[in-house]
Design a protein around this ligand. Structure first.
Ligand code: NI
Length: 399
């Protein structure tokens, strides 16, 4: 019998488990569930862990699951691996055998891929548990897509305790890079995201007699333009900042000025002090613009996820590990991305590394972005998804 290195063993197990992990991914894909409603998905994950003989606890943050794979000397060190399980309110347009059976709900952000990959990694780690020291904590998390985020609820319910991991890894599909490749960014990687709701009240009336009215449409227009100063004048030039308004409701008519206008937008950045200051400044600016023009303004900010920071030391080691596992040419550097991700909550508690899994296959026409009705993946990415996670865990445990 050939004596394989641990790396070769993980690579060969990933190959031989691929067909089963594809089947898992397709099952989860066909049965998508929205945030905090992942009941069938959780039952499926639990049954898979049961079959593997991996002890686990269900019902954390409602539908979350935590499992433990103990190697030799299980108390020596604990590493956590996290997958999110929820789907999106999108009607799938892919014509595939495993198309969503839950019409109007779709795994359009690849969380089916993350969950299936973690099940694959669990199977590998369980098979080689005599060959590493320490414990791997598996976190199957609900509701990444919806505030307050399943991560924050799982942390409140003590997912990072007993036993406490010293590092956590998460992966997310990225349709911009080819299957077989992964991407990393050390340090700040993703933005905080807050929702902005503004109601501007004036005094409606006949559009031919503006002198009789207080025009909330004009107030809102000034406000939107003035608030861009947050990005162009107030944000430090090295701190990425985004302010976008996607909703502007002024329900008047060609000849009717309405009584009120409603705006909705998003504010994103990568600095907590600036985030707090910007919230205050935006509110003050909006209220004073409305008051200066004779109207009133109710300015509400609903805080979303914090920014995501990849621990520099952990990520540096992880990039080296990934290069060793996949080859130098398959490990890419990523830019900052202004989307938000609730893995950020873990990275605020402990060293974390959130990296991207390539799923693109241009020749096969698999190029749709996430959150679209035609998003899909090259399923060979699952081999990378499960194998790399298992490899990263054992490498970090060995240190
Ligand atoms: Ni996602």
């Amino acid at each position: 019998m050939i004596d394989l290195s641990l790396k070769e063993k993980i690579q060969s197990l990933s190959q031989s488990f691929l067909a089963d992990v594809i089947e898992s991914r397709r099952h989860i894909h066909a049965h998508p569930e929205l945030a905090f409603e992942e009941v069938e998905t959780a039952a499926y994950v639990s049954s898979q862990l049961e079959a593997l003989g991996i002890p686990h606890v269900n019902g954390i943050a409602k539908t979350g699951i935590v499992g433990l794979i103990k190697g030799k000397h299980p108390d020596k060190k604990v590493i956590a691996l996290r997958a999110d399980m929820d789907a999106l309110p999108i009607r799938e347009e892919n014509d595939v055998a495993y198309r969503s059976k839950n019409i109007g709900v779709m795994h359009a952000c690849g969380h089916d891929v993350h969950t299936a990959s973690l099940l694959g990694a669990a199977r590998i780690l369980q098979a080689i548990r005599e060959e590493f020291e320490g414990t791997v904590k598996l976190i199957f998390q609900p509701s990444e897509e919806k505030i307050p985020g399943g991560a924050s609820v799982m942390i409140e319910e003590k997912v990072l305790e007993d036993p406490a991991p010293v590092a956590i890894y998460g992966q997310h599909v990225l349709p911009h890079i080819d299957a077989g490749k992964v991407g990393f960014r050390s340090g700040k990687y993703m933005a905080s995201a807050d929702e902005i709701y503004v109601t501007i009240t004036g005094k409606g009336g006949h559009a031919a007699m503006p002198q009789e009215n207080i025009d909330p449409v004009l107030i809102a227009s000034h406000m939107i333009i003035a608030l861009q100063q947050m990005v162009s004048r107030q944000a430090h030039p090295v701190t990425p900042t985004v302010l976008s308004f996607g909703k502007f409701i002024a329900n008047g008519a060609t000849n009717v000025i309405p009584d009120k206008v409603e705006l909705e937008g998003t504010f994103r950045t990568l600095d907590e002090d600036w985030r707090a200051k910007a919230h205050q400044n935006m509110k003050k600016m909006a209220e004073q613009i409305a008051a200066g023009m004779g109207g009133q303004c109710e300015f509400t900010i609903k805080k979303g996820y914090p920014f995501l920071v990849n621990d520099r030391e952990l990520t540096g080691r992880t990039i080296t590990d990934a290069r060793e596992y996949l080859g130098e040419e398959n490990v890419l550097d990523l830019d900052i991305w202004m989307a938000a991700e609730d893995f950020a909550f873990y990275t605020q508690q402990m060293p974390g590394c959130f990296y991207r899994l390539g799923v693109r296959n241009e020749a096969a026409g698999i190029t749709s972005p996430v959150h679209t009705s035609t998003f899909n993946i090259d399923e060979s990415a699952l081999e990378t998804g499960m194998g790399l996670m298992a490899w990263l865990a054992v490498q970090e445990l060995s240190r």
